[in-house]
Design a protein around this ligand. Structure first.
Ligand SMILES: [Zn+2]
Length: 265
């Protein structure tokens, strides 16, 4: 499943290629035909991401909300007037003068009102990649973690607590912080929680820039292989890069959790 950086990259792509232009929207597969009619031919005003959700705002006050889920995928291409036939199950196709984008397999693809957008925004936890005037987003995160007896490993995967973190960043952020995933949120110090937030901001920015979840600082400017990018994610049974203890794997609420029992406590 894509983590937040991917969705922010898609929002940037939409801003660059489609914002300010009239967009023809269709549903080659048919499942989104009614929704497409509501926004087709309108100007895309803004594209933004909150965590794993994408919001495309049109000039008639309607917004298309998209969540890719596990199988959803985007493809963006240039065209010269003639469009290729849709291949496979294309839920929605977006076309302007020069480009088109195909959306396949999303979990959510629905047209909603401004009031409904507000309600979704209120429900979603703070996103480390969204501008954070006066630190309110960070404070929301601190308060949510501090007031919870749930383990920090689960809290980081809860999109109501923090938006955009998935299994890779969860494992890596906790390793970098030296914090056990099993510690209840309420036992973390304010300093520890703020450090987690700051690291999430930092790592997600690298993700947006490079398109890869690189969590080892020394590899940021390189193009590391998948196997080298991370400290503990998918490295179970191999020596921790820091202490040599074998990296552990366990199932936490149906998801695989990777961590070092020596470095994280
Ligand atoms: Zn270790």
């Amino acid at each position: 499943m894509p983590e937040g950086h991917t969705v922010h990259r898609t929002a940037n792509e939409f801003s660059n290629l489609f914002a300010g232009s009239e967009v023809t929207v269709s549903s080659p597969q048919g499942r989104f035909s009614a929704g497409a009619k509501l926004i087709s031919g309108r100007v895309l005003v803004k594209a933004k991401a909150i965590g794993k959700q994408l919001f495309l705002e049109f000039d008639n006050g309607l917004t298309l909300r998209i969540h890719l889920g596990i199988y959803g995928k985007w493809s963006f291409k240039k065209h010269q007037g003639e469009l290729p036939e849709a291949v496979g199950q294309v839920r929605a196709r977006f076309v302007n003068q020069n480009h088109f984008a195909d959306l396949r397999g999303p979990t959510v693809c629905e047209v909603i009102s401004k009031a409904e957008v507000k309600a979704v925004e209120k429900r979603l936890g703070p996103d480390p990649l969204n501008p954070n005037p006066k630190g309110q987003q960070e404070q929301r995160f601190v308060d949510k973690v501090h007031s919870s007896k749930t383990s920090i490993g689960l809290l980081l995967m809860n999109q109501d607590v923090i938006s955009g973190i998935g299994n890779v960043y969860r494992a890596e952020i906790l390793f970098r912080a030296g914090i056990s995933p099993h510690r209840p949120g309420s036992t973390l110090t304010e300093q520890e929680i703020r450090a987690i937030w700051a690291d999430a901001v930092d790592l997600l920015k690298v993700g947006v820039k490079t398109g890869h979840m690189i969590t080892r600082d020394e590899l940021r400017t390189k193009k590391p292989n998948k196997a080298d990018r991370n400290y503990v994610y998918k490295r179970e049974g191999t020596p921790c890069r820091n202490c040599g203890t074998n990296v552990s794997i366990e199932i936490m609420a149906t998801r695989k959790l990777y961590w070092c029992v020596s470095c994280q406590n």
